[in-house]
Design a protein around this ligand. Structure first.
Ligand SMILES: *[C@@H]1O[C@H](CO)[C@@H](O)[C@H](O)[C@H]1NC(C)=O
Ligand SMILES: *[C@@H]1O[C@H](CO)[C@@H](O)[C@H](O)[C@H]1NC(C)=O
Length: 386
């Protein structure tokens, strides 16, 4: 193309754009004519409403979200104060001094420190801050230290969520790679409905940690998906599988030292994700006296999840002889295997005392669901009386 032609084209485009702008303005003020291009119209409308809103509401409505204030500082040697980072590493034996700003401060720290009464651990509230001291520290003091300000009036105190502070402190102990625990052996439920933590916490974030099975002795691969390692928590099993059940332990190594953790007995527990979903139906809601009837309670749930049934019904207190018939079966539904549990309450020869509410309580490890239905017992018909 010739340069002259390009120039002409650009001019034309510019003109067109001008025209569109002009049309927009017209619309914004009059807002009548319909544009062929709905897109443009929408945009213009939006702009117009935005404009008018902007004019009407000059005052800005600001939602007050209190800014988070980190109130913790760490007192270092020679009186120097510094904001602790997410994790702090201190050689065991040394002193940890943390301060949190505020007149009323609450603390959280490894619970084991509460059992200490040899004067190594103290918390003191000063005029403008609270100070936590762990003297002659040991690897066992490793853990999360956090504080939060309290808003107090003359009677009560409330947690002020905007003013908090926390840090995870490793007290590196050259002889103890794992944070000691009271138990040599710990049983942990390996629940199918949530992740399981093996709390083998290390005293040194640089230690190499692996997970082991006791029998057969083998290393359990930690793939970073099914099982992950967190330096502050230990191992987390994200999906409980029956094959993980049994005794496992962690092994830590650092600079030629290798140590085993507490042993964990993992007990595989098939947990439902929710209480049973139950339904109840009576063979008939109105039964003539003398006639047999039954009430069926069904619970549909995840496969291999047991459901327990209990019944409450009018004749119960009076010792009305009743029987239940229970059954379980896997069923294929909506593209997956489900477990259908059923309990049928059989009532022979209905009597007036059987009239009333029939309640079925279904229960699994996650909770209870109660369903109920009414059964009306009708008086004997004259024909059956004779
Ligand atoms: C810390 O240990 C030293 C030496 O064993 C001892 O003299 C001191 O009293 C201890 N301090 C505390 C607060 O326990
Ligand atoms: C319950 O009652 C209905 C209707 O009388 C009957 O068809 C059914 O077989 C009964 N169920 C049981 C388990 O007895």
């Amino acid at each position: 193309m010739k340069p002259g032609l390009i120039f002409l084209l650009i001019c034309l485009i510019a003109l067109l754009l001008e025209f569109v702008e002009c049309r927009k303005d017209q619309k914004a003020t009059k807002n009548i004519a319909k544009s062929k291009k709905q897109n443009v119209e929408k945009k213009v409308k939006a702009a117009a409403t935005a404009k008018s809103k902007g004019k009407r509401k000059m005052k800005k409505v600001s939602v007050r979200v209190p800014a988070k204030i980190f109130i913790m500082t760490q007192l270092l040697e020679k009186g120097k104060l510094q904001k602790p980072s997410d994790t702090v590493v201190i050689p065991s034996g040394e002193r940890l001094v943390l301060r949190c700003k505020g007149k009323h401060i609450s603390w959280a720290y490894p619970s084991y420190l509460d059992e200490e009464n040899d004067g190594r651990f103290s918390i003191a509230q000063r005029k403008r801050y609270s100070q936590l001291v762990v003297a002659n520290s040991t690897g066992a003091d490793t853990g999360e230290y956090s504080c939060w300000a309290l808003d107090c009036d003359t009677e009560t105190c409330r947690k002020d969520d905007s003013k908090t502070g926390s840090t995870y402190v490793f007290f590196t102990d050259p002889r103890e790679l794992f944070v000691p625990t009271n138990d040599y052996y710990e049983a942990i439920q390996l629940r199918t409905d949530r992740p399981t933590t093996l709390p083998c916490q290390v005293t040194n974030p640089l230690a190499q940690v692996s997970l082991h099975r006791e029998f057969p002795p083998e290393v359990i691969p930690v793939d970073g998906k099914l099982i992950t390692f967190h330096v502050k928590k230990g191992f987390v099993i994200h999906k409980a599988l029956p094959l993980f059940a049994g005794t496992v332990y962690c092994v830590a190594s650092y600079r030629g030292l290798m140590q085993s953790s507490t042993k964990y007995l993992l007990i595989y527990t098939n947990y439902p994700s929710a209480p049973p979903s139950a339904k109840i139906t009576a063979s008939s809601s109105s039964v003539p006296a003398g006639v047999n009837f039954n009430v069926t309670c069904t619970a549909l749930g995840e496969i291999d999840i047991e459901v327990e049934f209990t019944w409450e019904f009018p004749g119960q207190q009076l010792g009305r002889p009743t029987y239940t018939r229970e059954s379980q079966e896997p069923v294929y539904m909506d593209g997956q295997m489900r477990h259908l549990s059923q309990s049928v309450l059989l009532v022979d020869e209905a009597r007036p005392i059987d009239d009333g509410l029939y309640k079925c309580v279904t229960q699994n490890l996650q909770g209870k669901t109660t369903v109920s239905t009414h059964v009306n017992v009708l008086p004997r018909t004259s024909s059956s009386q004779t």
